[in-house]
Design a protein around this ligand. Structure first.
Ligand SMILES: [Zn+2]
Length: 250
């Protein structure tokens, strides 16, 4: 079943949308950009949801793109059990992911965080208590962020540069002592509401395009299983899983 669904995404659409999203998100080299813009005008623009009809654009468009890169991101961890299961699966598949940690979940789980860093995953900040920082004073918001980063750095020895603001609420004017780069997402699996492995897998493999950043939570058995299945399916489609910083080139 899942093989059929994946294979059912026509090559013309994969290449076409990959090109369009690559244009919007990355701003490719000038020559490539011109070709993509030309192609963008010739077809339906702006609908990356994959609902449009085939436009006759032949396959072979992939020649304009390099490896198709996507990023799996996991918020709200680390979880004492599921994060390690996920790390095992990622290691088996040689896949790097991104983890946005809650400060309140760090104590007692230092070994898991150390392992994340050692195995090449990107570790980011998700505030201390999962707060909407736009609803806090500057001081409180910065405290949430800095306390979390401090705890992570104390374990990994690495500065924390990226933040996934809870609820996607980011205050661009926030002036903390350390500048943080916000990382949002392009595919929301809603894994925490469905907790349904099959639904998560289907949602991702049918919507996925190059440069997508996928939002998940390593707090559930269903998410871990779905994430590993997604990796197996999409690696077979030629996707490369990278850390989120590789997809943010602004
Ligand atoms: Zn969260």
């Amino acid at each position: 079943m899942r093989k059929e669904r994946t294979a059912g995404i026509p090559a013309w659409k994969r290449g076409l949308l990959a090109g369009m999203i690559g244009l919007a998100a990355v701003g490719a080299a000038a020559g490539i950009r011109d070709r993509l813009e030309e192609r963008g005008r010739a077809v339906t623009m702006g609908d990356a949801s994959g609902e449009e009809e085939p436009s006759g654009i032949p396959s072979g468009e992939e020649q304009y793109t390099e490896t198709k890169k996507i990023a799996l991101t996991f918020d709200d961890g680390p979880h004492p059990r599921y994060t390690e299961e996920l790390l095992d699966g990622l290691a088996e598949r040689n896949v790097k992911a991104t983890f946005f940690l809650l400060g309140q979940n760090i104590e007692g789980r230092e070994d898991i965080i150390r392992r994340m860093a050692e195995e090449g995953h990107l570790i980011g900040n998700h505030t201390y208590y999962h707060v909407d920082i736009t609803k806090l004073s500057q001081n409180e918001a910065c405290r949430e962020i800095l306390d979390t980063s401090e705890k992570i750095t104390a374990i990994t020895g690495q500065p924390v540069e990226y933040i996934r603001p809870p609820f996607g609420s980011w205050d661009k004017e926030l002036e903390c002592e350390v500048m943080m780069i916000p990382v949002f997402w392009s595919v929301d699996t809603l894994d925490w509401t469905t907790k349904n492995e099959n639904q998560i897998v289907q949602k991702v493999v049918t919507k996925i395009e190059e440069n997508d950043i996928i939002l998940m939570h390593d707090s559930y058995d269903s998410t871990v299983k779905a994430a590993l299945r997604i990796i197996d399916l999409l690696q077979a489609e030629g996707y490369e899983f990278v850390t989120a910083d590789e997809l943010i080139l602004e």
